[in-house]
Design a protein around this ligand. Structure first.
Ligand code: CKG
Length: 314
């Protein structure tokens, strides 16, 4: 497998990772105490780890080289690393500090989110109140807007992939299936062609956009569709489109068959109604979502938003 660190495997020169003035010495697995597993993927495991020297805590994603090669996932690994490097300076996106490798594995040393998933929070509380829904809806929208400004489509936005840091701000994670939409011509990183037509990857059933199901098209507005589903779920406690199986869930999506539970706030209904629109061209763009009444209390200055204190959980 071409070394992920230095791309000496003949891949084009990547976006250089931000280099500190005094670059950290090359780390290795022995420099960490590994703790509990935080998650398992088809060819990776994410493990909580502590740097033995600095005692700093990280989430280390360990990727199995043999499996990656055998399953022809090299492109996805490069996409994930380049995505994390590009998105490296947003407070709402998991940071990649550095990578290293040994004979068996690649290691991505990532920011840890000690407070787990937004999904667990929603399930534990049943639903979030309007103040929390507004705040986390704003943080998530700001993170998605930043991704899109850097040419990245996440493609699997869902409450499981929205984590919470020690101060209860969100951290978007799992860019293993992201799409980079501005690769120079001829650099065939993306598993799909450059025109955003998905030939392989589909996200998580409940959050998949109708255009992906009907036209195999996955552009930036697919992330906005998923955003609308997450907004709904924060208040309703469940996603808008959910059925006994994937096929029935997909049918509900393409027919826009969903309803609001009793008491669902009118103001949020009005916003969601303009996001969960079948035609991506008619879906509310981020600039208009930001202006909606439901988010009128939000200061969209990035420092103000991310340095403010999240609302107390009701
Ligand atoms: N795929 C990843 O890159 C990734 N996966 N996880 C754990 C997953 C568990 C299932 N839902 C999606 C995330 C992480 C990361 C990034 C880095 C990362 C940092 N902190 C945590 N923290 C967690 C704490 C408690 C429960 C789950 C995750 N997790 C991760």
């Amino acid at each position: 497998l071409p070394p992920v660190d230095d791309y000496s495997g003949g891949l084009p020169t990547p976006v250089p990772a931000p280099r500190p003035s005094n670059p950290a010495p090359q780390k290795q697995a022995q420099d960490f105490n590994f703790g509990k597993s935080l998650g398992e993927g088809s060819y990776s495991t994410v493990i909580a780890a502590t740097d033995r020297q600095s005692l700093k805590e990280y989430a280390i994603k360990v990727l199995d080289k043999h499996h990656i090669t055998k399953e022809k996932k090299v492109k996805y690994v490069h996409i994930e690393k380049e995505t994390l490097v590009r998105l490296g300076d947003h407070p709402g996106i998991i940071q990649l500090y550095y990578t290293f490798q040994d004979a068996q594995s690649l290691y991505f040393v990532l920011e840890i989110a000690p407070n787990g998933e937004l999904l667990s929070l929603i399930k534990r509380l049943g639903s979030l109140d309007l103040a929390c829904t507004c705040y986390y809806g704003a943080e998530l929208l700001d993170a998605i807007e930043y991704m899109h400004s850097k040419g990245i489509i996440h493609r699997d936005i869902k409450p499981e992939n929205i984590l919470l840091n020690k101060d209860m701000h969100i951290l978007v994670t799992d860019f293993g299936t992201a799409k980079i939409i501005d690769y120079p011509e001829g650099l065939d990183y993306s598993p799909e062609s450059q025109d955003c037509r998905a030939k392989s990857f589909v996200g998580t059933a409940e959050y998949v956009s109708p255009e992906l199901l009907t036209q195999k098209y996955a552009g930036k507005m697919a992330d906005i569709w998923a955003y609308g589903c997450v907004l709904y779920q924060m208040v309703a406690g469940r996603p808008p489109f959910k059925a006994a199986n994937e096929y029935q869930t997909f049918q509900k999506i393409v027919k826009l068959r969903f309803s609001y539970p009793p008491g669902f706030p009118i103001g949020l209904r009005d916003l969601i109604k303009q996001i969960l629109v079948l035609d991506p061209a008619k879906r509310l763009p981020i600039s208009k979502i930001k202006q909606h009444q439901f988010l009128s209390s939000i200061s969209w200055d990035r420092d103000a938003l991310w340095n403010s204190t999240p609302p107390k959980l009701a």
